[in-house]
Design a protein around this ligand. Structure first.
Ligand SMILES: Cc1cc2nc3c(=O)[nH]c(=O)nc-3n(C[C@H](O)[C@H](O)[C@H](O)COP(=O)(O)O)c2cc1C
Ligand code: SF4
Length: 710
């Protein structure tokens, strides 16, 4: 079934992992093994259903026994616009849902659907329905929409049960084998009813755990009755909201499981806010919730699936053998490597592309754009561009490629071109391979990011057609003279030292005696300021980048003992990490590290004698700050000197046998690591392809079906 690469030999499965491939009965249906792709949204939803179908099919081919949709809105009063999820509001939604189920079946897996009424999490911006919840309270959305939920009356509850039943019927008609009742993540009305935080009712739906779980019990009963043995009923349940007695506690969850164990065919146990459940590797380790799960599993006679960014088969086996989980749930590991089960089955553990826990995948959903993954550049491109995480077409010419720069873009291009069978030489100016990934992986909490380089270097060992040269600075003359038909420049970017970024688009005044650093100085290795025990200095970090690096470097410096102040024009530190669900953890972490935080302020000048000036971004009023050192985390400039020099010598290319010179990754336009990996993959995918590059022709997409004009 798997066709990873021509060179990769398929070996037998290690008997230690046999237990992971045992079938599991989920009520009336049988899962072929213990690998369960739990529900995850993808920014495609109702807008890009065929792209989603293809993405899910690839996972089914990759060996997951159950492949689920994301949360599916069951009714117009559960409209979570602007987020783009699947919908099952009426029969008009059935074709899209059926296509996804068919694709999952075609890949050999059971199809699961997560029916969701989002209750107080539905602003209903599109439908304009008043939101519903257990109490008259403001709704709980990231945007703090100025809307309140109305306290559901007896007839609202009856309506909700009817809508859910209809959704179950439609899910069955669409061909799903596992139907979820969703009570998780503070994103479901059933969670809102269960949580003391929102449920202060005095009727039979409020008060005791049994009362707060009454609506969940009723919906489970209804779902069971509708499924009538045709599909398994799964219940996704929050087992800890992370706010102690104010919300759902593990004790509450234990009581719910004991009370309702006769109703679902499967429990899917999660932590209570999405942020907690999908914590990044910077803030939570793989499988950290094991003790909690172990206790809850003992209370149930039904199979239990749980999550924890599982990528190690040994950890998975331990979960099953120790009676913690029956099925290994995965969202992110299945995104980073849709073929994770197939690789374990084939004994090809070295080929697993391990999730790095960065949550770029979640940023797709949060920005309403198709899912992307740092490790797996084909994620979301399966149908749009026809990319596959394991397969790529073989070489189509006698071309040979020189790649300059072994960062994430160069490594992925080399790996994918190597897989295609082209002769490739990959050169790197320094001793270390991996570029920014290897450097940043040394920063606090980012060690797992090294996997981006490790995976690719591991794969490159399979390819005898790829040679790697370290400590090789390439001049334009070298590049043109080595005899390659194609030259790829992936030389990365450098941080600016003049204050230019989002806030200042021209340089700020910097005194000659000022001590100014950029992230490159700290990332270059063992910088004296980052070593604990060095003389403490007053350091001002100006973060106008707004992703993780400003916050991480401030933390590094504060932990090394420096008096650290972070100044940012944004209202929160590392404000873009709202899209990776880390923003709360970041604010806590910088404060715990003792960092002084000045938000809504810009650095305006770096003066002499350790004096800097900052200004309020709204009023412009200035303050003076003492700073021995200023670290500027603002913007980057491409390291594109080699590319530009080669472009200058374009006339010479034909005579030197060169047909193309291309620049990718940060050297073309600085972006995320995910962007760099993707650009490397795109180069390899489009190399020798007939027709114009995709930049000129776009990609496959679906068009809105027009209704009749009135
Ligand atoms: C991109 C993404 C989207 C998610 N969307 C959903 C969703 O629609 N419904 C849901 O119940 N959980 C959702 N989750 C949570 C996952 O199902 C899972 O519980 C969590 O990520 C922890 O598992 P993991 O460590 O295997 O990723 C999502 C997670 C990710 C990464
Ligand atoms: S984007 Fe990051 S967290 Fe998400 S699956 Fe890929 S590697 Fe894992």
């Amino acid at each position: 079934m798997i066709n990873i690469s021509p060179e990769a030999g398929v070996t037998a499965r290690d008997p230690r992992y046999d237990i992971l491939f045992e079938p599991v009965d989920l009520g009336p249906v049988r899962a072929r093994n213990r690998f369960f792709q739990v529900p995850h949204c993808n920014g495609m939803g109702y807008r890009d259903p065929t792209a989603q179908a293809a993405m899910r099919q690839v996972k089914a081919e990759g060996g997951w026994a159950v492949v689920c949709t994301e949360q599916v809105e069951i009714h117009p009063s559960s409209d979570i616009t602007p987020f783009i999820e699947l919908r099952l509001w009426d029969d008009g939604d059935l074709p899209a849902l059926a296509r996804i189920a068919e694709a999952i079946h075609a890949g050999g897996a059971l199809a699961g659907i997560e029916l969701a009424h989002n209750g107080m999490n539905s602003p209903n911006l599109s439908t304009r329905e008043p939101p519903l919840g257990p109490a008259h309270l403001p709704i709980v959305t990231w945007a703090n929409d100025p809307v309140q939920a109305r306290m559901m009356s007896a007839s609202d509850i009856a309506d909700l049960r009817r809508w859910h039943r209809l959704a179950v019927r439609r899910a069955l008609a669409a061909g799903y084998d596992v139907v979820y009742v969703y009570s998780g993540h503070n994103l479901s009305v059933l969670h809102h009813f269960l949580s003391r935080r929102y449920n202060q009712r005095t009727d039979s739906y409020g008060g005791s755990v049994a009362n707060r779980a009454r609506l969940l019990a009723e919906i489970l009963e209804d779902t069971r009755e509708e499924c009538a043995g045709r599909a398994a009923v799964a219940c996704r349940l929050t087992v800890d909201e992370g706010i102690g007695q104010a919300g759902i506690t593990p004790e509450d969850a234990a009581e719910v499981i004991s009370l309702l164990d006769h109703l679902p065919d499967l429990w899917d146990l999660v932590l209570g806010s999405w942020e907690l459940d999908s914590a990044t590797s910077r803030f939570a380790a793989e499988g950290e919730r094991e003790p909690l799960m172990a206790g809850l599993k003992r209370l149930s006679a039904k199979p239990v699936v749980g999550v924890g960014r599982f990528t190690s088969p040994d950890t998975m086996v331990r979960q099953v053998r120790a009676g913690i989980l029956d099925m290994i749930g995965a969202a992110r590991p299945s995104i980073a490597d849709p073929f994770l089960p197939a690789k374990i089955e084939a004994g090809r553990l070295d080929d697993i592309r391990e999730c790095i826990g960065c949550n770029i995948c979640i940023s797709g959903d949060m920005t309403m754009s198709p899912i992307r993954c740092t490790q797996n550049p084909t994620m979301g491109e399966e149908w749009r561009r026809g990319w596959h995480p394991e397969r790529i077409r073989p070489k189509e010419s006698d071309a040979s490629v020189l790649i300059v720069g072994a960062g994430p873009a160069g490594l992925e291009a080399a790996r994918a071109l190597g897989q295609r069978g082209y002769p490739v030489v990959l050169t790197e100016a320094t001793r270390e391979l991996g570029g920014r990934v290897s450097r940043e992986a040394d920063l606090p909490g980012l060690a797992a990011w090294r996997r981006v380089a490790d995976y690719r270097l591991g794969q490159l060992r399979h390819y005898r057609n790829v040679d790697i040269y370290r400590e090789s600075e390439i001049t334009p003359e070298d590049a043109l003279g080595y005899g390659f038909t194609d030259i790829l420049v992936a030389t990365g970017a450098r941080w600016r030292a003049d204050g230019v970024g989002r806030w200042h688009t021209s340089p700020i005044p910097v005194a000659e005696d000022a001590n100014v650093l950029t992230p490159d100085d700290l990332l270059a290795g063992d910088h004296p300021l980052s070593r604990p025990g060095t003389a403490p200095r007053r350091i001002l970090v100006f973060d106008d980048d707004h992703y993780y690096l400003g916050g991480v470097l401030a933390e590094l410096l504060a932990r090394a003992g420096h008096e650290t102040r972070l100044v940012t024009p944004a209202p929160l530190v590392s404000s873009w990490t709202a899209h990776t669900l880390e923003i709360g953890d970041v604010q806590r972490r910088v404060r715990e590290a003792g960092i002084t935080v000045d938000v809504n302020r810009a650095l305006t000048a770096i003066g002499t004698g350790g004096e800097a000036r900052t200004a309020c971004v709204f009023t412009g009023s200035e303050s003076r700050v003492r700073a021995d050192v200023v670290l500027l985390v603002t913007a980057r400039l491409p390291r594109d000197d080699l590319f530009l020099a080669l472009e200058e010598r374009r006339d010479e290319w034909p005579a030197r046998g060169v047909r193309s010179v291309t620049c990718i990754g940060d050297a073309w336009a600085p972006s995320t690591i995910a962007g760099a990996v993707w650009s490397g993959r795109r180069y390899a995918e489009e190399f020798d392809a007939p027709g114009p590059p995709s930049r000129d022709r776009g990609y496959r997409r679906e068009y809105t079906a027009l209704g009749p004009l009135p």
